[in-house]
Design a protein around this ligand. Structure first.
Ligand code: ZN
Length: 237
């Protein structure tokens, strides 16, 4: 399995973020998902081809996307390529503020807006589908002392599965871990992960990311887009 972790990276190369994440957000996410069954590439928006050459995208089995303020800088051409590869079977995981990322919005078909509050408040992340593969080994409630609050209503289509619900000290709730299928591809959106909190160093959050990648992996990505063939009848008409 090949995992590609994409991060817009802008506004993260500073002392404050490095004091929280010594290896950066990208490094923390990479360390959470790597394993003997996987190779991991990390890329940035500022890399050539916005981090995703055709060659890299074509070898990516699961794409992880963290983005915050540079959504509009991602080219529509790249979004179309990602969308097409998901339909062929690539898994994709959108993290935190990637709810407004162009590839996520293209796959959802809705505005993907939500309410938010940056007050470093406690989040209780409730596992509401304990039998789901993404929740394997995750306790019923994961407490994150400091997170950005994301609040319903979250303008997404009704999820195929809701695995986690977040409760915030300020009183709001949020569908924090939801899954979809689009074409042959599996999609997981996961809310925790504001850049100024050490969320991706939490062992339970890392377990969720690790599980999510394995769940989203499809060993049989189609070589071509699905077609609309005119079919002969199986029985004489
Ligand atoms: Zn945030």
């Amino acid at each position: 399995m090949h995992i590609t972790v994409w991060n817009e990276y802008k506004h993260q190369d500073n002392e404050y973020i490095h004091s929280i994440y010594p290896d950066g957000l990208l490094g923390a996410i990479q360390q959470a998902v790597e394993g003997k069954d996987a190779t991991v590439t990390t890329v940035k928006l500022t890399d050539p081809h916005q981090g995703l050459t055709d060659e890299l995208l074509e070898k990516t089995d699961v794409l992880i996307w963290w983005a915050h303020v540079c959504h509009d800088e991602v080219s529509d051409e790249l979004v179309a390529k990602i969308h097409a590869r998901v339909l062929r079977g690539m898994g994709v995981i959108f993290l935190h503020s990637a709810h407004l990322a162009k590839p996520f919005k293209a796959l959802m078909g809705t505005g993907c807006t939500l309410g938010w509050r940056e007050a470093a408040e406690r989040e209780r992340l409730w596992t509401i589908a304990p039998a789901h593969p993404i929740a394997k080994g995750v306790p019923p409630c994961v407490v994150l002392e400091h997170e950005e609050a994301y609040c319903e209503p979250f303008d997404i289509p009704e999820p195929d599965e809701t695995v986690f619900i977040g409760w915030f000290k300020g009183g709001n709730v949020f569908r924090s871990g939801v899954t979809y299928r689009r074409g042959r591809g599996k999609i997981f959106y996961f809310q925790p992960g504001h850049e100024s909190h050490p969320t991706y160093l939490d062992p339970n959050i890392r377990k969720i990311l690790y599980n999510a990648v394995r769940w989203a992996y499809n060993p049989e990505i189609a070589e071509k887009p699905a077609e609309c063939p005119c079919l002969p009848p199986d029985e004489q008409l």
